[in-house]
Design a binder for this molecule. Structure first.
Ligand code: IVH
Length: 671
C-alpha cells in the first residue's frame, strides 16, 4: 500500500473504532465482539507505531494514556462554572417555582428535569470538532487541566461528527458506575491496594492521576448536562434541545432526563427518581430542575454564584445509629472549640464515620447528648457528619455529661465566649499549637498555596518539634531536616521540599486567601486581589477603601484591617516575601486605550453574571463613564433582564444596545 493509502486506512480505522466505542459505551448496544474490536484496535496501533506522523490527538489509541505529567496546569474557564442552590423539602421547591412564575409572569412553567449526579463537574472544549481541553471545575473560575486523563474516558467523544460548531464547551459529570466501582475495589483488595469509600471518591482519585495510564485502567463514565460557551452553534430554544444535541453528537446523557409541567410535575419526578434511585447504575444525591426555555433562563439570570433558573432538590441525607464513646474538643484555626462526638464506627452516606460534630455547647445541651448515648448520625454529600439527636439515652453517670472546658485542652489558655456568640474560643492565638497547626494546614491547602503532601501528620510533627511556627518557616525546611522525621522516606522529603519550593510562585488571590484572615474566603480574596493589585496596597488600605471592593462590607473590612494592624502578621508576611514567595502583580489599571474610552454608558435591568457595581467598575476601568439616564449623548445602553423604560427610550433614540456579552466583548476590544 502507498503511504497515502495507509494514511487513509488509519483514518478509516479511527472512525470505525470510535463508532464501536460509541455503540458499546454510550448506546450499550455493541455491533461486534470484543475480539473483533481488539483486532481493529491493534491494526491501528501497529499502523501508528510504524508511521508516528499518522497519530492524531483524537485517535482512539490515545485513550490508553500516555507519559505521566509532572503536574496539572491551571485551566481558566471562559465562563465560570457555577453551583446550584439546594432545596431540601417541598416547601423550598414550591418557593422556587413561585419565584419563577412571578418573575416570568406565567402560570405553569415548563421544566427540564435531570438526576443530580454525585460525581465531578467537568468542562470539555472542542475546537474544530476535536477535543482540545478537558478541565475540572476547581473553584469555578480556574480548574485543573486533565485532558490526557479525560481522553481515556470512553464515553467522551474525542471528536464530534461533521458539522460540529467551531468552538463548543460541553459540561457534565464524570463518575464511576456502581458496578465499575465494585469491580475496582475487588481488584484493589486482591492487589492489597487502597480501597475507595464510594464511587465518588474513586472517580475523583482516578481523575487526579498524573499518570493517565492509571486513569485509563479505571472505568470512568461521562454524562453531559449543559453547554458552556459556544461559537457557530445553532440557536437552541430549550434545554431539552441541548440534551438532544448532546445525544446526536454521541455524548451520553442520563436516560432519566425529562420535561415536566409546573410544580406537580417536579414533585412527581422527585418521587419517581427517588423510588428508582437504588436501581440506577450510578449514585445520585437528588434531582435538578431547570427552567426549560433558554430565553427565560437568560431573563432570570444569576444570584451571586448560582443560577436563579435552576435548583437541586436533594434527597434526605443518610442517617445511621451509633454509640457516643466520648466527646472531644477540637480547636480550629480561629480558636473555635468544637465538641465532637467520638463514635463507634458506622457506615453512613458512603463512608465509615468515627467522628461527628456537635457544633457547639448550646447544641450539645439542646440535643441533650451524653457519653454512652445511642445517637442518630447524618452525613450528606461532602459535608461533615453531624449528630442529629439521641435515640436511646445511655446510663448517664455524672461524668457522662459534657462540660465546655475553661482552659484550652491544647495550650491551657483561657477559653472565652462572648455573650452574643455561640462559639467558645481559645484565647491563645498563635501561641496555641492547635491554632498554629490549623493555620499551617490552611496555608498549604489546595485552594491556598497548594503544597502537596503537607498533611496533618507532617504538620503535627513540624509544630510539635517546633521546627515550624509560622507559614514563613516552611520555606526554611530542608530535605535533611524532613528526612529525619517519622514515616518520612528520603523520596517524600524531596517531594515535599519541592512542593514547598514550587508554592513560592503563586497568585495574589491565593496568597491573600492563604493568610487565613477572618471572614476572607476564596472569592473575597479574589476580589481584594483584583482591586488592590498588591499585598502592600491591601495591607495599607483603610476601612473606607476596603469597602469599595464589591461584596466587602464593614465586617470584612474590619477583619482585614485588624489582620494587617497586627505586628505579628506583618512579620509573617515579611518572612514570606524574604523567603521568595511572589506573585505576578496584577497590573495597576493601565491607561485605557480601548473602544470604551470616553464613551458614555447606561446600565439597565439585571445582567446574568455581573452585578451593577462590577459592570460599572469594569466600564470605568476601561475608560468609560456610567450615567443614570438615557439621552442622545449616551453611546451604549447595556440591557439585562427586566430592562424597562430606559431600554424603550434607547430603542426610540436608535442607540446601540448591548447585552452582557456584548459589553464584555467591547471592553476587550482595542481601538
Ligand atoms: S447544572 C449553572 N445539572 O451539581 C448550573 N449540575 O451544585 C450548573 N450536578 O458542580 C450545573 N448533576 O457537578 C447540573 N444534572 C445536573 C447535575 C449537576 C450534578 C453537579 C455539578 C455542579 C453541582 C452544582
Amino acid at each position: 500500500m502507498t503511504a497515502d493509502a495507509l494514511r487513509a486506512r488509519a483514518a478509516r480505522l479511527r472512525e470505525e473504532i470510535e463508532q464501536h466505542n460509541h455503540r458499546y459505551y454510550v448506546l450499550d448496544d455493541p455491533l461486534i465482539t470484543d475480539a473483533e474490536f481488539d483486532r481493529l484496535f491493534r491494526e491501528l496501533q501497529d499502523l501508528e507505531a510504524a508511521h508516528p506522523d499518522f497519530v492524531t490527538a483524537d485517535s482512539p489509541t490515545q485513550r490508553v494514556g500516555g507519559i505521566p505529567a509532572a503536574e496539572f496546569s491551571q485551566a481558566a474557564h471562559r465562563q465560570p462554572m457555577l453551583s446550584l442552590n439546594n432545596a431540601f423539602d417541598e416547601v423550598e421547591v414550591e418557593a422556587f417555582d413561585r419565584r419563577i412564575r412571578e418573575a416570568l409572569g406565567i402560570d405553569v412553567v415548563e421544566y427540564a428535569v435531570e438526576p443530580k449526579f454525585d460525581g465531578l463537574a467537568i468542562s470539555l472544549v472542542y475546537e474544530g470538532g476535536v477535543l482540545v481541553r478537558g478541565a475540572t471545575r476547581g473553584d469555578g473560575y480556574t480548574g485543573e487541566e486533565v485532558t490526557a486523563n479525560l481522553r481515556t474516558v470512553r464515553s467522551i467523544p474525542l471528536h464530534l461528527p461533521a458539522g460540529a460548531p467551531d468552538v463548543v464547551e460541553v459540561r457534565g459529570e464524570v463518575l464511576m458506575l456502581r458496578a465499575d466501582f465494585e469491580q475496582l475495589n475487588r481488584k484493589q483488595q486482591e492487589q492489597d491496594g487502597k480501597l475507595f469509600a464510594n464511587p465518588r471518591n474513586a472517580a475523583a482519585g482516578s481523575l487526579r492521576q498524573l499518570d493517565s495510564r492509571i486513569t485509563a485502567g479505571r472505568k470512568l463514565t461521562f454524562y453531559a448536562y449543559g453547554l458552556g460557551f459556544a461559537e457557530g452553534l445553532q440557536q437552541f430554544k430549550k434545554h431539552n434541545q441541548v440534551i438532544d444535541f448532546f445525544k446526536k453528537n454521541k455524548f451520553l446523557v442520563a436516560p432519566e432526563c425529562a420535561v415536566v409541567q409546573g410544580l406537580p410535575g417536579l414533585l412527581e419526578y422527585y418521587q419517581r427518581i427517588g423510588s428508582a434511585r437504588d436501581g440506577l447504575p450510578y449514585d445520585i444525591d437528588g434531582v435538578v430542575y431547570k427552567v426549560n426555555s433558554l430565553a427565560a433562563q437568560q431573563q432570570l439570570g444569576f444570584v451571586s454564584r448560582a443560577p436563579r433558573f435552576a435548583v437541586a432538590h436533594k434527597f434526605p441525607a443518610e442517617e445511621a445509629s451509633s454509640v457516643v464513646l466520648g466527646i472531644d474538643i477540637q480547636v480550629g484555626r480561629t480558636g473555635a472549640l468544637t465538641p465532637v462526638a467520638r463514635l463507634q464506627p458506622v457506615f453512613v452516606g458512603g463512608v465509615n464515620v468515627t467522628n461527628a460534630t456537635l457544633h457547639n455547647e448550646d447544641e450539645v445541651r439542646r440535643k441533650d447528648v451524653h457519653v454512652g448515648d445511642t445517637v442518630v448520625v447524618r452525613r450528606a454529600g461532602d459535608v461533615i457528619p453531624e449528630v442529629v439527636r439521641v435515640s436511646v439515652p445511655g446510663p448517664r453517670r455524672a461524668e457522662d455529661c459534657f462540660e465546655m472546658p475553661v482552659l484550652c485542652p491544647v495550650c491551657d489558655s483561657q477559653v472565652v465566649r462572648s455573650e452574643d456568640e455561640a462559639i467558645a474560643r481559645c484565647s491563645g492565638g498563635l501561641y496555641c499549637s492547635a491554632q498554629r497547626k490549623q493555620a499551617l494546614l490552611h496555608f498549604a491547602s489546595r485552594r491556598a498555596m497548594d503544597i502537596e503532601g503537607l498533611g496533618e501528620r507532617l504538620v503535627d510533627q513540624l509544630v510539635d518539634l517546633d521546627l515550624v511556627r509560622t507559614p514563613a518557616d516552611l520555606y526554611t525546611l530542608n530535605e535533611q531536616r524532613l528526612a529525619g522525621l517519622e514515616r518520612m522516606a528520603e523520596k517524600s522529603a524531596a517531594n515535599i521540599t519541592a512542593a514547598i519550593s514550587k508554592s513560592r510562585n503563586t497568585t495574589l488571590a491565593r496568597l491573600i486567601y492563604s493568610l487565613g484572615i477572618r471572614n476572607v474566603g476564596e472569592s473575597t480574596a479574589r476580589d481584594l486581589a483584583a482591586h488592590f493589585g498588591t499585598l502592600e496596597a491591601l495591607s495599607q488600605a483603610g476601612l473606607e477603601s476596603l469597602q469599595q471592593v464589591s461584596d466587602v462590607g464593614p465586617v470584612i473590612a474590619e477583619s482585614v484591617a485588624q489582620f494587617f494592624a497586627e505586628p505579628h502578621n506583618r512579620e509573617v508576611i515579611d518572612g514570606l516575601q524574604s523567603a521568595g514567595v511572589h506573585y505576578e502583580p496584577i497590573a495597576p489599571r493601565p491607561v485605557a486605550t480601548g473602544a470604551a474610552v470616553g464613551r458614555i454608558f447606561v446600565l439597565t435591568g439585571t445582567l446574568p453574571l455581573l452585578t451593577r457595581d462590577d459592570a460599572k467598575a469594569r466600564i470605568e476601568a476601561a475608560g468609560g463613564r456610567v450615567t443614570g439616564s438615557v439621552s442622545k449623548k449616551t453611546d451604549f445602553v447595556v440591557a439585562g433582564a427586566e430592562a424597562g423604560s430606559k431600554l424603550e427610550k434607547a430603542l426610540a433614540l436608535g442607540l446601540t444596545i448591548l447585552d452582557e456579552q456584548g459589553l464584555l466583548d467591547l471592553l476587550e476590544k482595542k481601538e
